[in-house]
Design a protein around this ligand. Structure first.
Ligand SMILES: [Cu+2]
Length: 744
């Protein structure tokens, strides 16, 4: 086996040729989709050769054109006509723009040339563009088109075609005329795995001596309707299984308590064992102070607290105060800011809260194990200004998580390194504030401010509120107020909230009418084996709205979308920096080494298309068998080619650094990465060349597959600070580096 950084399909890629004009020859096509050969109807190995994987000394093509462009091909009737469509995402406060059902939304712009005069085709006066899913129903009219640039509006189908037909007039509402151009969405190129091609690896291999063989390595829970090849079913993690065990029964976990601390206050915090009974299974887990989630620490902005931490677990650990711009030596990163807190040892943290908002604490050592086992809690920092937020009837701090359980209980972790190293460990049971069923009771007309935190290892959520009785009814409007480190410049209304691991969003919801509402996670996963999308709707909790009218009506404030002059003024100091060229460039990629052949070959098929976000773990067996022995996720400095901990960046307090981040679509198994920078704050300036027009300070940014994102990092806090992917298993695989900030 040899190390692979580049996808094997590249070595067999044949240049796709097409008699039509290259899109580059159509006037005005943006760079994104010009200067590239058009894709074909995509027979499996005729990949777009222009799509280069990232390799040392080169930068990946960004953003990935094959995920962002649709080539239009002529039919017999269209003659020499040709075209290309660019896909850009409409603005949203999140790293991706999706419908409440989790379908990715795109704005389509078509660049067309050489359409013949429609009258030459018969009794036709105009050309009309349509979008339709592959089942050809519904057919949605996008509008009349002509040679040149055409705005087609928004499309949010999973897999679809764009058709251009000649019609009697531009006003027709149904397509009846002849087809002249057609193109397929990037997602539609995804196909079922070809068993004939896979045959050598489809079969289980004869057993070879496996030093890690263990009865604990039982094949983990699988996804219904996603068949697995025998060769993949035979793969096993190349690490020893690890499960927490305890001699004497641990106490049952208790619900989270609220701890309000004054400036100078002290909290005694210990990490130790607890017992849980979750969906009929007894599991031994960890907890802070015996609580799931850990105690909710409430403090005022500007205060400083002390935390006497003791480690009653059998693992070395430490507590990281995520998003808090505190003193570096209290940042809780073993090996960087402190020695690990060994079993039985203690550490005293001093945490200063400079910014208002919602933050969270969790270990920064074998996060894949310790966080999954329940070590995480929130900090709610009350703003100094009473008018910071709009008035609401109540505030809810909600921690979203998932846990992976088999019939026997916890699915073991990897001992020598994490397993689930490829995509991270997706849970199959949702835990909202530690419980499979979260519930909330409010009165009709109440406005609730939710502070959401995603504490899962790898799952990205797409949250919405819908009436229980009618799941097809429109979701309740959600007012988006803030994110990781404070408020947005302007409040906005959305239908769903997308949170990647470690991200926070502060939102408000008006529950105007009595009834029961579900908090849903609604996404479009992918059945990779069959090459189709697989809808997943999960109920995370319930809100019961009583028939009693609210005691204080805040509906007017809710309906008023505020511009936050304080935030705008703060960000004004940095706007002059927005347009300059980047100071640093990072590439996010992957190197795999000696994976089982069945896994390598299966991934070859996935290479045709990557969803901007891998929403759910539909290939659990394949993912389960990968570990540090075969997978290394990489952050690479595009200038120096240094990777992960070899990267050395030094700045001074007061520096403003523009960083361009490419999430390499050419990687062996590309996926999204939530990138976290410790101890500082940054702005997300633009993604795929589209300017972000409503900013908020962030500490974690969701970087979709194949995207290019510019951030502006403010260095405000001296010390040695981690930069890493917040998918716990990616961090464990080495996807991290340290940036040094010298004080003034
Ligand atoms: Cu990652």
């Amino acid at each position: 086996m040899h190390r692979r950084r580049f996808h094997p399909a590249l070595t067999v890629a044949a240049l796709a040729t097409c008699p039509a004009l290259l899109p580059a020859q159509i006037a005005g096509v943006p760079d994104l989709c010009s200067d590239r050969p058009p894709a074909t109807g995509a027979p499996l190995f005729s990949l777009d050769t222009r799509q280069q994987p990232s390799r040392a000394g080169s930068r990946p093509e960004r953003p990935a054109s094959d995920l962002s462009c649709i080539d239009l091909f002529s039919t017999g009737a269209g003659g020499e006509a040709t075209g290309v469509i660019t896909l850009t995402r409409p603005w949203s406060p999140f790293g991706v723009t999706v419908t409440p059902e989790g379908r990715h939304r795109h704005d389509l712009t078509a660049w067309i040339s050489d359409l013949p005069d429609p009258t030459t085709l018969g009794d036709y006066q105009a050309y009309v563009a349509w979008a339709t899913p592959l089942v050809l129903d519904p057919v949605v009219k996008l509008g009349q088109v002509q040679n040149g640039e055409n705005a087609l509006g928004e499309v949010a189908f999973n897999k679809y075609m764009v058709l251009v037909t000649a019609e009697a007039s531009g006003d027709v509402t149904e397509r009846t005329g002849p087809l002249v151009l057609r193109g397929r969405s990037p997602s539609s190129r995804m196909e079922a795995h070809d068993l004939m091609a896979l045959a050598p690896a489809a079969e289980a291999r004869p057993a070879i001596p496996d030093p890690f063989a263990s009865p604990l390595w039982e094949v983990p829970p699988r996804y219904e309707g996603v068949p697995m090849l025998p060769g993949i079913m035979a793969a096993r993690p190349r690490v020893s299984p690890l499960l927490p065990t305890v001699d004497t029964p641990a106490p049952l976990a208790e619900p989270r308590q609220i701890v309000e601390l004054p400036d100078g206050g002290t909290l005694d915090l210990f990490a130790g064992f607890v017992r849980r009974r979750i969906q009929g299974r007894d599991v031994t887990m960890f907890a802070f102070n015996g609580q799931h989630p850990g105690p909710l620490i409430k403090v005022d902005q500007g205060s400083t607290i002390f935390v006497n931490f003791s480690n009653d677990t059998p693992f070395p650990t430490a507590v990281h105060w995520h998003g808090v711009r505190l003193e570096n030596r209290f940042d809780g990163v073993p090996g960087v800011t402190q020695d690990p807190v060994k079993p039985g040892e203690t550490f005293r943290y001093q945490v200063h809260f400079r910014d208002a908002g919602i933050y969270w604490y969790h270990p920064h050592h074998r996060e894949d194990v310790q966080q999954e086992l329940g070590l995480s809690g929130n900090m709610l920092v009350e703003p100094i200004s009473e008018a910071y937020y709009s008035p609401v009837n109540r505030e809810e701090v909600v921690m979203l998580d998932d846990i992976l359980l088999s019939e026997a209980g916890l699915v073991p972790f990897g001992a020598e390194s994490s397993n689930y190293m490829l995509m991270g460990r997706f849970g199959n049971v949702f835990l909202t504030n530690g419980e499979p069923e979260y519930s909330l009771e409010v009165d009709a007309g109440d406005v609730v401010r939710f502070h959401f935190t995603n504490a899962s290892n790898t799952r990205t959520f797409n949250l919405s509120f819908r009436p229980m009785a009618d799941p097809s009814a429109s979701p309740l409007p959600i007012k988006i107020v803030g994110s990781d480190v404070g408020k947005f410049e302007r409040e906005a209304v959305v239908e769903s909230v997308v949170l990647a691991p470690a991200e926070r969003y502060v939102v408000e919801v008006l529950f105007d009418e009595a009834g029961a509402y579900a908090l849903l996670n609604h996404v479009q996963g992918i059945n990779h084996r069959m090459g189709v999308f697989r809808e997943e709707v999960s109920t995370l909790g319930a809100v019961a709205v009583s028939g009693v009218r609210t005691s204080a009506d805040h509906s007017h404030a809710f309906e008023t979308l505020r511009t936050n002059a304080d935030v705008v003024a703060d960000i004004d100091q940095y706007r002059d920096e927005f347009d300059r060229s980047p100071d640093r460039e990072l590439v996010l990629t992957l190197e795999v080494d000696g994976l089982p052949i069945a896994i390598e070959q299966s991934m070859l098929y996935d290479w045709i298309y990557f969803n901007p976000v891998e929403w759910t773990g539909t290939m659990p067996v394949m993912n389960w068998a990968t570990s540090g022995a075969g997978v290394e996720w990489i952050l690479r400095d595009a200038e120096t080619d240094d990777e992960n901990m070899d990267i050395s960046w030094s700045f001074r307090v007061g520096d403003i650094v523009k960083i361009r981040i490419h999430n390499d679509r050419g990687a062996f198994h590309a996926m999204q990465h939530p990138l976290h920078i410790h101890g500082q704050r940054f702005l997300v300036l633009e993604q795929n060349g589209v300017r972000n027009t409503n900013l908020v300070w962030k500490d974690t940014v969701l970087l979709p597959t194949g995207s290019t994102t510019d951030i502006l990092l403010e260095l405000s806090n001296p010390g040695r600070w981690m930069v890493h992917c917040h998918i716990a298993e990616h961090l464990e695989s080495g996807m991290k580096f340290v940036l040094d900030v010298e004080g003034n």
